[in-house]
Design a protein around this ligand. Structure first.
Ligand code: ADP
Length: 255
């Protein structure tokens, strides 16, 4: 049930009483769950053929008997199929989280390795975008987390910073231990986020005006996923930004 209450007043403003409204929302909740189940099974079905397509594309891209121009075209197909795969898994994750909540597999994990691996995986795309990518971490920082999910957090934040920063700019990833917590910061010198949009960036499907005006592709799912993973670890995520100067996302995880 949801409830709401309000005062009832007469024509000259005198109080006549109060109205209480109860609304039964069981059907609505059931419909939402059915929708999440539907989205989650469709996304799951899409993943299997996509994995096969990507497997064959990877083999073809490495085939030295093929002419260079064919390989170049295959690489474009492969990059797009890869984007499709990551889109499908984002939709699947959001639907599963709505359906059964995020399941977590925590193990003792060296976050330094996770962060450094994610940064190295992003280096080629940072170079293609003409950006400096810098990483600062201690030697080792072992925390009990779901490694795959935390990797997704770092991947999402770093790829956003690369996507929303113009050539010549920089992206800096910092990992450090603060009082009883681990702090991950991803900073960029990019297009930034308007002050009135800062409260909305973690909402599903939200896309900022600056991103839309520049036709930068995106779905508005990444930060929602990032923030649900962080919350499921008992952590928090915040953002500071100035349009035209850059943004800093800070994730704090208890340890
Ligand atoms: P997507 O990037 O696919 O649009 P996200 O949920 O990751 O979805 O981000 C939501 C929105 O927040 C983006 O569309 C963009 O407007 C804004 N945003 C996220 N990260 C940055 C960033 N580093 N710099 C500027 N804007 C950002």
């Amino acid at each position: 049930f949801t409830t709401s209450a309000r005062q009832v007043r007469g024509p000259s403003g005198e109080r006549l009483g109060a109205a209480l409204a109860y609304q039964e929302i069981t059907d609505l909740l059931r419909a939402l769950r059915v929708k999440d189940q539907f989205v989650s099974s469709v996304s799951h079905e899409l993943r299997t053929p996509l994995t096969a397509v990507l497997g064959h594309l990877e083999m073809l891209c490495e085939d030295e008997t093929l002419p260079d121009d064919v390989v170049q075209r295959l690489q474009v197909v492969r990059r797009n199929a890869d984007r499709l795969r990551s889109l499908v898994s984002d939709v699947l994750l959001v639907a599963r989280a709505g359906e059964v909540g995020l399941e977590m597999r925590r193990t003792d994990t060296d976050l330094v390795r996770v962060v450094r691996d994610a940064v190295e995986a992003a280096r080629a795309s940072a170079e293609r975008a003409g950006l400096d990518l810098d990483v600062r971490t201690p030697d080792r920082l072992v925390v009990r987390v779901d490694e795959q999910r935390v990797r997704q957090v770092v991947d999402n934040l770093v790829s956003n910073s690369i996507k929303y920063t113009e050539p010549g700019g920089s992206v800096t990833v910092t990992l450090q231990l603060t009082a009883g917590a681990v702090e991950l910061r991803v900073s960029d010198t990019g297009i930034g986020i308007a002050a009135e949009e800062l409260g909305e960036v973690f909402n599903r499907f939200f896309r900022g005006d600056a991103a839309l005006a520049r036709h930068i592709p995106g779905t508005g799912l990444g930060l929602e996923i990032t923030s649900s993973i962080v919350t499921a670890h008992g952590g928090s995520i915040t953002v500071e930004s100035e349009p035209g100067r850059g943004s800093t996302f800070t994730v704090t995880l208890p340890c």
